[in-house]
Ligand binder design. Sequence first.
Ligand code: ZN
Length: 616
Amino acid sequence: MIDALLKHKKRIVRGSIAVALLAFAVLAWFTLHAPERARHPQAVAMEAESPSYFAVERDLTTLAQHVQSGAATAVGLSTDYALVRTQDGTRYYVRIDAQLGLATELLKAGLAAGGPDIFALESVQPPGPPLSAFARKLDPAWLSLLLPLLLIGLLLYTMHPGRGPGAFRAVSRPSTRFSDVIGVEEAKEALQDIVAYLRNPAKFAELGAKPPRGVILEGHFGCGKTLLARAVAGDAGVPFIALSGSDFSDMFLGVGVRRVKKLFAAARAQAPCVVFIDEIDGLGKRSGGASAGETENNRIINALLVELDGFAPTSGIVVLGATNNVHNLDPALIRAGRFDRICNLGLPDVDERERLFELHSRSVRTAGPLNFRQLARVASGLPPATIANVVNAAALMAAKEGAPAVTQTHLQRMLEQQLMGGSSDAGHSALDPRERNRIAVHEAGHAIVARALGVGVIEKVSILKRGRALGATLVTNDQEIHLQSQAEMRARIGMLLGGRVAELLVLKDVSTGAANDLERVSNMAYRMVTEFGFGKQLGPFSYAGLPERDRSLANCQEAITEARELIREIEGECTALLRAKRPALDLLTARLLEHETVDGAVVDVCLAANELAVAA
Ligand code: ZN
């Protein structure tokens, strides 16, 4: 019975594969034999001559300039590339894959200005691997027969265990140096001895030192783990073998284990060398489960451990594994003698962010004074990869506007978009004038209190809608903050209450706009009394010190009462402050209604005017 069922199942599987292949062949035939539409003659010529365009690559900024200035005479667009011919006969191509929307908009603008001839290309490719050249020469009718055959061939090829895509990504000799990696100073320091070992493994053995085997690089996405790993190999001048944890998992049993063996055989042949396993948690967590996938994972991890344990002191192989969180790893991997060193890559501090902005800005054309310090202050909490993205996005924005170079304004706008989400130029017209006025009063309240109490640096005050926020007061810190004093926390609470207090003072009424402010205020006040010992009644006591089982017993009511009293007290101070600074508050509100977004300096001007008004 079971046998018959199995046979039946097999037949169904075979049948559906045949149907799929047939459908594919029919589809291929129709696409290739579809009636030729009338096409732009220049497009046909450009496709034929595409190799000459692919000889030179330029960027989107250059294309934008050529379109604006009228230097570009013909632009062919495919989904991935733009081929461009200029007045003086120069030909080049621009990669647009991810920026198709932007490129089209750009060209539309050029078209409106009576710019170049623009037409669509069918897929053009840079002169690539020999197979595609071979395929191009084939008669389409043959191709429709050949494609399914190729598909079957590919299927058989990947099904053969031990092969398939991604067995090894690459062995390379990186030119990256530690000096190219900005930030992560502690991790760099901690990896110095690895570099020394790789330069001269024999010396370590002579001294009887136990060489390092595996190091885990732990850090957020975009922190530069791969870059740092490449720098280890680059500084030591040894080969770098890179692959990803998921490359080991395979739907065929035994393939992963074989890949581990192949990897280390290759590493031994290249030694001294660095083996880098990105997303090492992708190897899977060892588990007690008995499903086929789980036991396969266990086998892969065991194979890796066997290889690590078998390193001789002179082997000269160091394995670097990258993960977002060490807790995701199998504990057996991080035991002594294996991946027993964990390097934590922190987020860059303000000085490092300043250097990152400076570094990435060097690769784009910039103009005018650039204040990297100011950008770095605003970019608090962003990893290096995001900073690189912000600079790139600013360059695209400049290209879209047809600006000759990237300016501070471009960088600032993209950074704000990154931090606050949404675009600042969307939807502000939808606001009713009374709402707009309320938002201006609210934001002015935040800003005046922040400035008067000296909370951070006010970068910007805005009543433009961004994402879900109706307005924003952007306050940053010039230095990284590790500790906050009681007075500083009170000032921050005051700033957050400032919006609501201003609404109450000016409009004699409060709104729902302060909900998020109140949430943050309550959280801060509660933590002040329950964690930091800033409470009057509870005194220097922390709920966090209670054993887990007693936490629910703790009388939160007392803490809540005290937190509320604290907020009330600060609210009173805040009201008194804003009463005294009422002329400044009104002035800033008017400025916001007029300009929608103002700099921190305007807040200073308003406060200075306040002093004059009070003196008069
Ligand atoms: Zn607010």
